[in-house]
Design a protein around this ligand. Structure first.
Ligand SMILES: Nc1nc2c(ncn2[C@@H]2O[C@H](COP(=O)(O)OP(=O)(O)O)[C@@H](O)[C@H]2O)c(=O)[nH]1
Ligand SMILES: [Mg+2]
Length: 215
């Protein structure tokens, strides 16, 4: 039992070291790296398509999926450079997968759409500067209480599908209170991937945090 625990801790430590080295390299190259987490269908790809055109520097997207290149094709069709990682079953991405596929890229924003999963991607650092969470109003407002780790580690939360609020029982106060118990700082911005609502504010927050001072 303790051997299993030791091996798991070694894997996490090794992962943290690789992620830290990659993070420093990106910072030196003027790249701000955003790791996007949440469940399949939350609207991660849709939100990226809204957000990226509002940013003042080039973006590059790495799409993580168990199979298929559907999201990478969507990005490229919108003129956004993107590459695909297929994990063929693995529930999260790790740093070496990112470093081995990222082409030469400087001065801009790197987005990784992580595997749609509420647990593993929150445990594994991949060199990101911030974690962006995209929960939605259709999943129920109890998610911070049930999946605390991701909310605890989030830097920015975009509450998506706000257009569907009239049709679902989503208690924003209960949701926000659950987030605040875990995370006093991360802004919770209401967005709609269908209409583009809320993404200007999100882009401004990301720009400010990135230290890239111009719009
Ligand atoms: N009604 C509504 N649908 C949305 C919104 N954002 C995304 N969707 C839809 O949700 C589905 C999943 O979106 P997608 O971006 O592929 O989710 P992902 O799996 O997290 O990348 C698609 O049919 C989108 O059109 C939104 O704000 N409102
Ligand atoms: Mg997607």
């Amino acid at each position: 039992m303790s051997t299993k625990v030791d091996i798991y801790e070694n894997v996490l430590n090794q992962n943290e070291r690789l992620a830290g080295e990659f993070n420093q390299k990106l910072s030196g190259d003027g790249v701000f790296f955003i790791n996007i987490l949440w469940s399949p269908g939350a609207g991660k790809t849709t939100c990226l398509l809204n957000l990226i055109p509002l940013l003042p520097q080039q973006s590059f997207v790495i799409e993580g999926d168990i199979e298929s290149d559907i999201d990478t094709v969507k990005m490229r069709d919108s003129g956004i450079p993107a590459v695909q990682i297929n994990t063929e079953g693995a529930c999260h991405l790790e740093t070496p997968q990112i470093t081995s596929i990222l082409p030469e890229f400087k001065e801009g924003f790197l987005f990784v759409e992580n595997i749609g999963n509420l647990v593993c991607p929150a445990e594994f650092l991949i060199g990101e500067h911030i974690k962006l969470l995209i929960p939605t109003v259709v999943e129920g407002s109890d998610k911070p209480y049930k999946y605390p780790l991701a909310f605890e580690k989030a830097d920015l939360i975009l509450l998506n599908k706000i257009d569907l609020l009239p049709y679902v029982d989503f208690d924003i106060d209960y949701f926000s209170a659950g987030v605040r118990r875990l995370n006093p700082d991360a802004p919770i911005l209401q967005v709609c991937g269908k209409t583009g609502q809320g993404f200007r504010e999100a882009a401004e927050w990301i720009l400010e945090r990135s230290g890239k001072k111009y719009l």
